[in-house]
Design a protein around this ligand. Structure first.
Ligand code: UDP
Length: 454
């Protein structure tokens, strides 16, 4: 089974693991500068940014390569000391979908290789690629530069295709093949959870010695319960967001796409009306996020759904949130719902819990790690709105139970910090570099022995 890191600075034999000085992070299809919660920007963007910042604080420079998607972008942006985002021109600046990007991988790779070629030799010690498109670029770059490749898939096509929502497009065979190639070529695969590690081993035939689980984190300074009286803070957050100060609020936060299943929550609110009209009239469903992907992607489709179910007055839509508004959304809610058909991890679930709000989540993928069932929230083993309505009917009026779950949520979230993630990643990086150097040394020794024999 895949190894799980729990600490930093472990020793390899007598020597400490080497620490990279400089890392090339590859994020072809989405930039850490994009606003998460809409389009292709979500948890992966947050992950790359949070990790890069903390790596730089640990004296590891990070250069993030991403595709230029607008003519206004400077070639390089310094995001924070030691973290640079480099925009690579590959294909048209605007109007290219993620599905069209495989055709631009050669151009993107050329841009990455040219950048490195203009640098002194040995500029990067390691490449970390995110998502399979970047893994393809990393595969070639690692061979050219003679450095190891660490890859994080974030989502896997075979898993996603098993759990397609109505209206969602299956991932093409080309992606499955592309992922299999990256799994075979990467020196190390970082899985977000044990579930993902199992999928890599069982479904992608990954070498168990090269799979390591490193759980993502949450910014515990930003996402925390409001100080002072919780109820007063909830009311203040609701006022700030223009939400009703009476009754219950259940929030969905994320990209609006079929896989995230915000429709399940809306249908559950309608099913609750059948079951308990008085309770349903006290409920406001808040959907925060912007369009992404296919099918049910337009908020207009969700607005129409709510209207067709006769609950338009009970559903509020808010655009993607930045800055302090996101903690306010979590604090304003009695429950945060994550009904996804699949989730590699589910950062929203962690963020909500860190704010002391219990989470009602589908028991899929990383959510079974992100949420402790009956302790920090409730996992629902179904996407049937009737089951969701039943769970809502049990939880919403039970203030004492929600308060207990809220305390459990806050405690559970404390197990996940970005510092812990970065500590574990540094251990993976160090180990991978050490193994790579050992392989090189034994190859050189073998070559030497061969030339002596001649
Ligand atoms: N997010 C945000 N503003 C929004 C909606 C979402 O900043 O309006 C962020 C959210 O805080 C989280 C990320 O987007 O960090 C979504 O990550 P998650 O793992 O929940 O889902 P993914 O997008 O990776 O599928």
């Amino acid at each position: 089974m895949a190894e799980q890191h729990t600490g930093v600075g472990r020793q390899r034999g007598a020597r400490p693991w080497p620490r990279p000085r400089r890392i090339a992070t590859l994020s072809v299809h989405t930039s850490p500068l994009h606003q998460p919660g809409t389009g292709d920007a979500g948890g992966m963007n947050v992950y790359i940014l949070e990790v890069a910042r903390r790596l730089a604080e640990a004296d590891v420079e990070v250069e993030i390569f991403t595709r230029a998607t607008s003519g206004d972008l400077p070639p390089v942006v310094e995001m924070s000391p030691g973290v640079h985002v480099r925009h690579v021109t590959a294909g048209p600046l605007e109007g290219l979908t993620k599905e069209e990007l495989p055709g631009q991988l050669c151009a993107f790779t050329a841009g990455v290789l040219r950048t490195e070629a203009a640098r002194p030799p040995g500029h990067y010690d390691l490449i970390h690629s995110h998502y399979w498109l970047s893994g393809q670029v990393g595969w070639l770059a690692k061979e050219r530069w003679g450095v190891p490749l660490v890859h994080t898939a974030h989502t896997l096509a075979k898993v996603k295709n098993d759990r397609l929502a109505a209206g969602d497009r299956p991932e093409p065979k080309a992606r499955v093949i592309g992922e299999e190639q990256v799994v075979a070529e990467a020196d190390r695969l970082v899985a977000n959870t044990r579930v993902e590690a199992r999928d890599l081993l069982d479904r992608y035939d990954a070498d168990p010695a090269r799979v390591t689980v490193v759980e993502p984190g949450v910014d515990l300074d930003r996402f925390r319960p409001a100080p002072g009286d919780r109820h007063a803070a909830m009311l203040a957050a609701r006022r700030r967001l223009g939400l009703p100060t009476t009754g219950y609020v259940v929030a969905f936060v994320g990209r609006i796409q079929p896989l995230k299943a915000p429709d399940v929550l809306i249908r559950a609110a309608a099913a609750l009306r059948e079951r308990d009209p008085l309770l349903a009239d006290e409920l406001t469903v808040v959907i925060v996020g912007g369009p992404s992907g296919s099918g049910l992607d337009r908020p207009t489709a969700l607005i129409e759904l709510a209207a067709s179910l006769g609950i338009a007055d009970r559903v509020r839509f808010l655009p993607p949130c930045t800055g302090d508004d996101l903690p306010a959304v979590y604090r304003a809610a009695d429950l945060v719902a994550v009904p996804s058909h699949n989730e590699s991890f589910g950062l929203v679930a962690l963020e909500a819990q860190a704010c002391g709000t219990p989470v009602l989540a589908a028991a899929v993928g990383g959510l079974v790690t992100a949420v402790r069932d009956q302790v920090s929230g409730v996992l629902v083993d179904s996407h049937d709105p009737v089951d969701w309505a039943r769970t809502l009917a049990g939880l919403l009026p039970d203030r004492a139970r929600r308060a207990t779950l809220g305390r459990g949520a806050e405690q559970h979230a404390r197990n996940f910090s970005w510092d812990r993630t970065v500590g574990n990643l540094l251990a993976v990086y160090g180990e991978t570099i050490a193994e790579h150097r050992e392989r090189l040394a034994s190859r050189l020794a073998a070559d030497g022995a061969l030339s002596c024999a001649w």
